[in-house]
Design a protein around this ligand. Structure first.
Ligand code: BDP
Length: 707
């Protein structure tokens, strides 16, 4: 305690009520209650990454104290010592044994008493670990959590923590709602936007160490020499922040870009083309990460075009990258318009290939078996492929959760998947433990998410959408953090540390994803979005001649008797893809979790729910509760005005208004439409619809997209 009083400088609380545009993300460094004195930082090494660590400390100190930090090579001068296990300053106070378990990215933050002088030491095996440690230290200060007895040892749960940008070369972003792409391909490699470094820095601050720059629906052009040099320019900026570059590749590149007659993975010329391309890439970008591949999915080319398997395709690319330690992330997002339930298809295609992939291939699996819906059960492929490394793909961008208009804090969704027990290796085989190597040691562990980042000043369109980028990074580092902890630290750093703000806003965030589920698709309903753009409801949607598995009716199956998709043993039998006891639980409507009931079962309108209500009534109450929640978010937010700057207060206020109106739109559209089948009244104690079904059916938003 004495130590805190001696060395901590009390800072004057200054509330930031001036306008803020959100561009600083969670790196605002507003002065906390107590600041640890790091006016002089001791460091006896140098490297581009360590320079970034110093630069970050300087940004923070400038913001806290209005002064630059000083640096010193000897420990006598400063009360903050940073360095790697090669530094003399570090090895004189931390035993080499302590570094054994840290791996590449881990670090120690420890208060060390040397000859009566206290100092905080941030140490790692590598300079990137030091940078991560510095960000952790600054986070502790900003959230008022730095204690005198600090002794932290951290290392990430996954080796590769990667963002997937769905950015096209013309700078549009597929499913992006925050403006054009950050990557200004036309100007690269000569003109370098300052946002490239800001992007890398933000990622490093939450431990994200990898990024796929381009859309999975990849243009072959990205592999041209011209573009590789543009990619190199970005990689050079990202490198000191530990951020590795990867590319999504089009499987037909040998044909489309290389002019070969085909792209058959067993064709010698094709193999040579990829080998040469890999060599070229690594000569330009020596630490290039590898490829992400979407093949034979939604009309994209792939090995099956030549009668080959996903393994044939993935292995050919893996062999080309192997000499350079590159990897292939091969996506399992595959489905065809067939009679087979779409939810079953990835499993059916990939299970027979288990054990056939090279060891530098990892299968990237969307969290649910369909497609990033507000709620899905987890994909049954997790844990099922016993011999193949698997990674989760989340979607941070809110394609199916109200774009950048709706406040939906997604940590609870991410956690729901990661904490799901697959029972693959018996009880306790959570997806987190399967994919992070705890239960099955694999050479490769990784976790991915589709980014929500664009050129908008506030990066993500909605100020609160920043929390989802943040939450993904934090969970990729440590999936045991709770959604609440993550929200708490994000709010304190992004908005205000005042409890009058933190607590109510945290409540909004924690309730928000469930509210979206309630007003869009409660009880396991899914994919009843408007065609193409997926904004707003269209349960009646039908495009004559269109793919059935892109139509809402395929999923909801409403008729005069009931609602839902029968995936039980007597239905599509998708339940059988899960391990026991889940398959039995999901198969039995009375045991199936009610929040997935209509996912796994076709249920009569009059079916009795656990709370005694009939299914139709419960559906009405759920939609209504979603609407009421958005209203309560608005009410709470209105009271937050005194705590934060006007600009962000107003931005969020108007987005909450849109969300609330959209929630009513969803409720009315779904209830009025389903009522044409159920023929039952909407319970009198819920808000009656304010729209007419005919009017809602006429809404056609001008947003173009293929499915
Ligand atoms: C779907 C999106 C589509 C993507 C596809 C994918 O609607 O734009 O290309 O996922 O993940 O959800 O490949």
């Amino acid at each position: 305690m004495k130590y805190i009083i001696n060395t901590f400088i009390l800072a004057i609380l200054s509330s930031s009520l001036f306008a803020e545009d959100g561009s600083k993300l969670w790196l605002r460094y507003t002065p906390p209650e107590a600041i640890y004195d790091f006016s002089t930082v001791t460091m006896d090494e140098t490297s581009p990454t360590l320079e970034k660590a110093l630069k970050e400390l300087n940004i923070a100190w400038q913001s806290f104290e209005g002064k630059d930090i000083q640096t010193s090579k000897t420990t006598d001068a400063g009360s903050l010592v940073i360095g790697t296990s090669k530094s003399k300053n570090i090895t004189s106070v931390i035993s080499s044994k302590d570094f054994d378990d840290l791996g590449n990215d881990g670090y120690i933050i420890r208060n060390i008493n040397k000859g009566g002088k206290q100092s905080i030491t941030i140490a790692s095996n590598t300079d990137i670990g030091v940078l991560y440690g510095v960000f952790h230290f600054l986070r502790l200060i900003q959230t008022n959590q730095l204690s005198a007895s600090i002794n932290i040892v951290e290392k990430p749960k996954y080796d590769i923590r990667i963002l997937n940008h769905w950015d096209n070369l013309d700078r549009t972003v597929e499913r992006g709602y925050a403006g054009y792409s950050l990557w200004k391909w036309d100007e690269l490699p000569n003109t370098l936007s300052p946002r490239y470094e800001a992007y890398a820095r933000a990622n490093a601050s939450i431990g994200i160490n990898a990024t796929v720059l381009n859309n999975v629906n990849a243009s072959p052009q990205i592999l041209s020499k011209e573009y590789l040099h543009k990619v190199k320019a970005l990689a050079d900026i990202f490198r000191p922040y530990g951020l590795k570059v990867y590319l999504a590749v089009n499987f037909s590149s040998p044909k489309e870009l290389g002019g070969l007659p085909n792209s058959d993975p067993l064709n010698k010329e094709v193999i040579k083309w990829w080998n040469d391309k890999a060599k070229e890439i690594y000569s330009i970008i020596p630490d290039f990460g590898g490829f992400l591949v979407k093949a034979n999915s939604e009309g994209l080319p792939g090995p099956q075009d030549y009668g080959r398997t996903h393994a044939d395709g993935a292995n050919m690319l893996a062999d080309a990258l192997k000499p350079y330690n590159g990897i292939v992330m091969w996506r399992a997002f595959v489905y065809n318009p067939s009679n087979e339930d779409r939810a079953k298809q990835a499993y059916l295609e990939f299970m027979p290939l288990d054990g056939q992939f090279r060891d530098n291939v990892i299968i990237q699996i969307k969290n649910g078996p369909i497609d990033f819906q507000p709620r899905e059960p987890f994909s049954p492929l997790f844990g099922a492929m016993q011999k193949t490394p698997e990674m989760v793909e989340f979607q941070i961008t809110q394609e199916y959760l109200g774009f950048s208009n709706h406040l939906a804090y997604l940590a609870p969704l991410f956690k729901e998947t990661l904490d799901s027990d697959t029972y693959a290796n018996g009880k306790g085989s959570t997806i987190a433990k399967i994919t992070d190597g705890t239960l099955r040691p694999h050479k490769l562990t990784a976790i991915a998410a589709v980014a929500n980042i664009g050129e908008d000043t506030n990066w993500c369109g909605h100020h609160f959408a920043q929390s989802n980028w943040y939450a993904f990074g934090r969970l990729a580092w440590d999936h045991q953090l709770t959604s609440k902890q993550i929200a708490d630290e994000w709010i304190k750093m992004t908005f205000s540390k005042d409890n009058g703000f933190v607590n109510p806003v945290k409540d909004i965030m924690l309730a928000s994803r469930e509210a979206v589920v309630d007003y869009m698709m409660p009880m396991g309903l899914h994919h009843i979005f408007a065609f193409g753009h997926h904004y707003g409801p269209e349960p009646w949607g039908d495009v004559p001649g269109g793919r059935p598995d892109w139509m809402p009716w395929y999923y909801h199956n409403a008729d005069s008797v009931g609602l839902g998709f029968d995936r039980s043993i007597t239905g599509s039998n998708a339940v059988s893809q899960y391990f026991s006891p889940l398959k039995e639980i999901y198969n039995d409507a009375s045991r199936c979790p009610e929040n997935l009931l209509l996912w796994f079962h076709y249920i009569p309108w009059s079916y009795k729910m656990k709370n005694g209500r009939i299914m139709w009534d419960e559906l009405c109450y759920k939609y209504n509760s979603g609407v009421q929640q958005t209203r309560s978010f608005q009410q709470t937010w209105r009271q937050m005005q005194p705590y934060i700057d006007e600009q962000r207060f107003n931005d969020v206020k108007s987005k909450l208004e849109i969300q609330s109106q959209d929630a009513v739109w969803w409720k009315d559209a779904c209830l009025l439409y389903f009522q044409t089948f159920s023929k039952r009244p909407i319970p009198s104690d819920i808000e009656p619809p304010v729209h007419k079904l005919e009017d809602l059916k006429k809404i056609k938003l001008d947003m173009k997209h293929h499915n």
